[in-house]
Ligand binder design. Sequence first.
Ligand code: GAL
Length: 336
Amino acid sequence: MKRTVLALLAAVCAFLTACQGPGEEEEKKSIRIGISLYRGDDTFINNIRNELEKKAKEYEQEHGIKVTLDIQEAKGSQSTQNNQVERLISLGCDVLCINQVDRMDASVVIDKAMTAGIPVVFFNRQPVEEDMNRWDRLYYIGVDAKETGMLQGKLIADLYREQPAMMDINGDGVVSYVLLEGETNHQDAMVRTEWSIQTLKNEGVPIERITGGIANWERSQASALMEQWISTYPDSIELVVSNNDDMALGAIDALERAGMRDVNVVGIDGTNPGLEAMESGKLLGTVSSNKEIYGSAVIELAASCALGEQPPEKYPLTDGRYYWIPQEMLIQDLDG
Ligand code: GAL
């Protein structure tokens, strides 16, 4: 009798263990996130990198799960990035966070990830829809470029309405501007420019474009362009509309060298140096994306992928794969 009871107990135990499945049996206590940045010397990307590192530590503390970040920099080369992705996969990363070098060609990265069965969270440089639709374990986190452009246009229009004399420096009834653009083919350059200028027109601000050029997000390139424009149009430039803060700072460098302090400069990003320039009265305004939310959204979505969980509800996904970071207009304290 005793023996039968024991045998029965053993059978029940074996059955319960079998039902548990491998997931519950060995709950994941550590995850590895592979990150590849398109460049390591981009100010905005560096600000995001700092947030990613901070948020990974916070996640570790809150959830009791060890988070290892492997961060690589692709130095602007897609083939370097493709090799890095291969290496990250071979290191055993559970998920990849990719700041794609060439956003028009994410196919190699996606192929490698799909073959290895590793989900990808792209960020900042948005792959084309056709690539994004290839697999249901691809996500994108970034700012909505149209919204950014519209906010920049609105920021300038608000200032024009409040202080027309400050914006139309020579009082001829028209605000004459130059335009600094980011990389060609980058969603944040093309779309921001279009919607910033369109919004100014929609808001009824009388504007005139003097000239514009591509400075690839870079302070030094923007400074060189601005220097040329100052010498070609010494008396006409009233406003610099820039696709990002770093190029706005480059324009400010050139304006300072020429001793021109009245020209208004507006950027985008809300980077640390951008915010400092606003504090010191050099940058008139910027459209700032929320870096904290940026960092948390990337880390938490990546962690959920790594753990095989549902995406966090805190960051509602558009079309099941896109999360848009909130952004706001920031204007220099003009009374201070
Ligand atoms: C933009 C940002 C730029 C630059 C670029 C890199 O969103 O405004 O400053 O960082 O991304 O992809």
